[in-house]
Design a protein around this ligand. Structure first.
Ligand SMILES: [Zn+2]
Length: 446
């Protein structure tokens, strides 16, 4: 799914509120020592309760999770630099101009020329950047025990992702260039609008036409799980008749649930790992969080907030392209802003913009995630279940970062932040304490 995600990084991933709770934590056979327990009540010590939960993860496993997540900071930098280098090569050695020339020789129909250029561009870029994708998406995930797939199935998902990029990217790029040619100077305002409409379109169709290409989705039938979830949905004014389940275990052991879709395709899905690995209170609190996204209209608020980011991105793009072409246009053999050979420059500028704005886009997402956490605590009333799920996420997301780290790199709150919110809620609702959940071992001490 990496390729598809990379491609829609500019648009869809920004809007996506998906992929919340993920972990790979086998339920251990032997109970590890129970950490010191704070008992809810007037004397409830929130900080002590938070530390007790954090102590559930053995130090060696904590170190591995920290290393995995911190390595991700550097990968963001390497990925950005790799994009810059590849785009510069395409321009500097006029490969981009040659791809345009070939497209022009093959057809005189301009929209088709744009589409043919796009096809060459995405294939060439995918091939050049494949070593990094392979390391990041396959070898590194295996190294940390986060991927269940062998090479064949992983690679076939990459190919599906590439095909999706070709089709969806073509649907975006062809009208964008038509706009640029027709509208001239003010193209970027409309370009931002088209991009936002396109993003909403992709989010709308994704649960029905894209996600099923990677995973099988079925409606949840187990009444022990389904009934309490639907009861909570009714109590929160959500007209859901079904909850969806998908077979994420074929890719990894990570626990996850998400809200996907838009309007008529909006739905809540939870994965089979969550069902297998978690207790009912943990599933309930996760569903409460997802319902929070739904009730608080995060999908629509996200469109507005990321919309601002995208409009500014296009203004920057317009400015950057005009300045760069005035200086290097001849050298690169790029005729102007309406020439499709300008695309590597656009991608380079976009990448730089979003790289610099990483803390901003992360903060937009993280704040909504925190709101959903608070909503979920009130809806499910399972603070201990919440803390356990937060710990399970800690297998791949550093549990206890510095505040600056959390601000810069976290698109969800850290484990410490989330557990603190749960324990703060519990301090005010001592009757909702679940000793079983508090004592439940989550990690097998590897
Ligand atoms: Zn969420």
């Amino acid at each position: 799914m990496d390729r598809a995600r990379q491609f829609i990084a500019l648009t869809v991933v920004l809007f996506s509120l998906a992929a919340t709770a993920q972990t790979s934590a086998p339920v251990p056979a032997a109970a590890p020592p129970a950490a010191s327990r704070a008992v809810a009540g007037p004397a409830f010590d929130v900080n002590a309760a938070v530390e007790a939960y954090l102590a559930k993860m053995p130090p060696a496993q904590r170190a591995r999770s920290d290393a995995y997540f911190e390595g991700g900071y550097w990968l963001q930098l390497w990925g950005f630099l790799c994009t810059v280098l590849v785009m510069w090569l395409l321009l500097r050695f006029r490969w981009s101009a040659r791809m345009r020339d070939l497209a022009e020789r093959l057809t005189r129909f301009r929209p088709l020329q744009t589409a043919l250029y796009w096809l060459q561009f995405i294939v060439v870029v995918s091939v050049i950047t494949f070593p990094l994708s392979l390391y990041q998406g396959y070898f590194r995930e295996h190294k940390y025990g986060l991927l269940n797939q062998s090479f064949g199935p992983w690679m076939s998902e990459q190919m599906i992702g590439l095909l999706i990029s070709i089709v969806l990217g073509g649907i975006l790029v062809v009208p964008l260039f038509a706009l640029v040619r027709r509208l001239g100077r003010n193209w970027w305002v409309w370009g931002a609008g088209v991009t936002m409409v396109f993003s909403m379109f992709v989010i709308l169709i994704a649960p029905v036409y894209i996600f099923p290409l990677f995973n099988q989705y079925t409606t949840l039938t187990d009444a022990h799980i389904k009934d309490p979830i639907l009861s909570m949905a009714r109590a929160n004014g959500i007209p859901a008749r079904d909850v969806y389940e998908f077979d994420a275990s074929k890719q990894s052991n990570r626990v996850s649930a998400n809200v996907s879709g838009f309007g008529g395709t909006l739905r809540i899905s939870l994965n089979d790992n969550l069902l297998k690995r978690c207790t009912l209170p943990e599933i309930e609190t996760t569903m409460g969080h997802e319902m929070g996204h739904y009730v608080l209209n995060h999908a629509y608020k996200g469109v507005v907030m990321y919309g601002v980011v995208i409009v500014i991105a296009f203004a920057f793009l317009n400015w950057g392209i005009n300045r760069s072409l005035a200086r290097w246009g001849k050298q690169w053999d790029v005729r102007g802003i309406g020439d499709v050979a300008v695309l590597p420059l656009a991608v380079l500028l976009f990448s730089a913009y979003f790289f610099v704005l990483t803390p901003v886009t992360n903060t937009i997402s993280r704040n909504m995630e925190y709101e959903a956490d608070l909503y979920g605590l009130n809806a499910a009333q399972q603070p201990d279940g919440e803390a356990n799920v937060d710990m399970l996420l800690g297998e791949y997301r550093k549990l206890d970062p510095s505040p600056l780290e959390e601000f810069l790199f976290y698109d969800h709150p850290s484990g410490r932040t989330r557990i603190t919110a749960a324990m703060r809620w519990q301090a005010e609702h001592p009757e909702r304490t679940l000793e079983d959940e508090m004592a439940r071992p989550l990690f097998d001490g590897k």
